[in-house]
Design a protein around this ligand. Structure first.
Ligand code: CAA
Length: 379
C-alpha cells in the first residue's frame, strides 16, 4: 500500500468500527439494513470509488477499490456487497451507457444517495444466464417487460436496476439490457428471501407485469445485453474477490487474537503446533488470494480487463473465505459457534460468496474456456 492508501484505509477502518461494526450483531439477528450506514459510506467517498469526478466519483483505481472493499468487508460482508453491486451498476453505466444516461443516473449512485442493483438471474436461469425468459416486447416509444427476476441483491432498497430481458430469439444474442427505476408502473417486488447469511443485505424477487420502459433506457443496441452483463460481471467478480479477502482476513485476525489468549493444558493454544499449522495455512491462503485480487484489479486498471484473471480472483478468494472462516470457528471452538464472537457470522456470510456473480463452478468454466483458447491459439 502507498501512503495515500494507508491513510484512506486507516480512516475508513475508524468509520467501519464506529458506524458499522457496532450494529452488526444486532442487525444480523434482526435482518435489518440501514440506509444511513450506506449514506455514511457515501459521505466518506467510497460508494463511487472508480468513477470519474465529473459524475461524482472518487476517480480512484480498482486497486484502491479492492483495499476499500476489503476493509468494509472485514466489518460487514453485506455492506461491502451493497457497495460492490451498486459499483457494478455504475461501471455498466460508465462502460455501456450514453452520455445522457450517465448524467441522469450516475451522480445519485456515486454519492451513496441511491443504490444500484443488477437483475440477470431467474428461477430457471442462474448459471445458464443466456437462457433467461423475461421478455421486452417492442412497442411505440419503448418496450414492455414481463417476467420475474430472482435473488436480486439490494432488491427493494435500490432505485436503479440494470435488467436483462429478451428482445430477440433464443440465446445470448437475443438479450438486451435496460435501466429500470423503482416506481416504474408494472414493476413490483416479490418475496424477500430468508437466508443463511447476508442478513443485512435484502435479497428480493423483481416482478415485471407489463412494465413500460422508454427506449432511451436501453443500454447499447438490442441484442447486446449479454455482453453488458458479462462485462459488468468481470468487474463485479474482482470486487467479490476483494470482499472474500476482507472476510478471510477478519476471521484470521479473530483466530490469532483468540489463540494467543485462550489457555488450555497450561499454555496458550497458539503454542500447539496443530494450531500453528492451521493458522499459517489460513494466513498463506488469505495472502495469496489478496495477491490474485490485486493482479485482477490491475488488469481492470490497465483498461483491458482479463476475464480469466477476474474469474481466478473470485474463485480463489471466495473459496479461501469459506475455508478460513470455517477454520476460524474451529480455532475458537465452542464460543466460535456462538454469536458471542463474530466468526460464525463471517462463516455464514462467506458461503454465498462462492455462489453469487457466477458460482465457483462457473468461474472454473470461464477459466478453462480461456485456457482452451490460449492453447488452441498457440498450437
Ligand atoms: N465480456 C464480454 N463479452 C462476453 C464475456 C465477457 N466477459 N463473456 C462472454 N461474452 C460474450 C461472448 O463473446 C459471446 O458473444 P459472441 O457470440 O458475439 O462472441 C456471448 O457473450 C455469449 O458467450 P458464451 O457463448 O460464452 O455464453 P454461454 O451461454 O456459454 O455462458 C457463462 C457463459 C460464462 C456460463 C455465463 O452464462 C455466466 O457467466 N453465467 C453465470 C451467470 C452469473 O454470473 N450470474 C450472476 C448473477 S448477478 C449476481 O450474483 C450479483 C449479486 O447479486 C451479488
Amino acid at each position: 500500500m502507498n501512503d495515500f492508501q494507508k491513510e484512506l484505509i486507516l480512516n475508513l477502518r475508524k468509520f467501519c468500527q464506529n458506524s458499522i461494526e457496532s450494529h452488526m450483531e444486532h442487525d444480523d439477528a434482526e435482518g435489518r439494513f440501514r440506509m444511513e450506514i450506506f449514506q455514511g459510506l457515501g459521505d466518506y467517498g467510497v460508494t463511487g470509488v472508480t468513477l470519474p469526478e465529473e459524475f461524482g466519483g472518487a476517480n480512484l483505481s480498482y486497486l484502491d477499490y479492492s483495499y476499500i472493499l476489503e476493509e468494509i468487508a472485514s466489518a460487514s460482508v453485506p455492506y461491502a456487497v451493497t457497495v460492490s453491486v451498486s459499483g457494478m451498476v455504475q461501471s455498466i453505466l460508465m462502460d455501456f451507457g450514453s452520455r445522457a444516461q450517465q448524467e441522469q443516473y450516475l451522480p445519485a449512485l456515486t454519492c451513496g444517495k441511491e443504490i444500484g442493483a443488477f437483475a440477470l438471474s431467474e428461477s430457471h436461469s442462474g448459471s445458464d444466464a443466456a437462457n433467461l425468459k423475461t421478455t421486452a416486447k417492442k412497442v411505440p416509444g419503448g418496450y414492455v417487460l414481463n417476467g420475474t427476476k430472482m435473488w436480486i441483491t439490494s432488491g427493494g432498497i435500490a432505485k436503479t436496476y440494470i435488467v436483462m430481458a429478451r428482445t430477440g430469439g433464443e440465446g445470448a444474442k437475443g438479450v438486451s439490457a435496460f435501466i429500470v427505476r423503482d416506481g416504474a408502473p408494472g414493476f413490483s417486488f416479490g418475496k424477500a428471501e430468508k437466508k443463511m447469511g447476508w442478513k443485512t443485505s435484502p435479497t428480493r424477487e423483481l416482478i415485471f407485469e407489463n412494465c413500460f420502459v422508454p427506449e432511451e433506457n436501453r443500454l447499447l443496441e438490442e441484442g447486446q445485453g449479454f455482453k453488458v452483463a458479462m462485462g459488468g460481471l468481470d468487474r463485479g467478480r474482482v470486487a467479490i474477490g476483494a470482499i472474500g479477502v476482507g472476510c478471510a482476513q477478519r476471521a484470521l485476525d479473530e483466530s490469532i487474537k483468540y489463540a494467543l489468549t485462550r489457555q488450555q493444558f497450561k499454555q496458550a493454544i497458539f503454542d500447539f503446533q496443530g494450531l500453528q499449522f492451521m493458522l499459517a495455512d489460513m494466513a498463506t491462503e488469505t495472502e495469496s488470494s489478496r495477491l490474485l485480487v490485486k493482479a485482477a484489479a490491475r488488469s481492470l486498471d490497465s483498461g483491458s480487463p482479463n476475464s480469466k484473471l477476474c474469474s481466478m480472483a473470485k474463485l480463489k478468494a471466495t473459496d479461501t473465505a469459506m475455508r478460513v472462516t470455517t477454520d476460524a470457528v474451529q480455532v475458537l471452538g465452542g464460543v466460535g459457534y456462538t454469536a458471542e464472537y463474530p466468526v460464525e457470522r463471517f462463516m455464514r456470510d462467506a458461503k454465498v460468496l462462492q455462489i453469487v456473480e457466477g458460482t465457483n463452478q462457473i468461474q472454473r468454466v470461464v477459466i478453462a474456456r480461456h485456457l482452451k483458447k490460449e492453447y488452441e491459439h498457440h498450437a
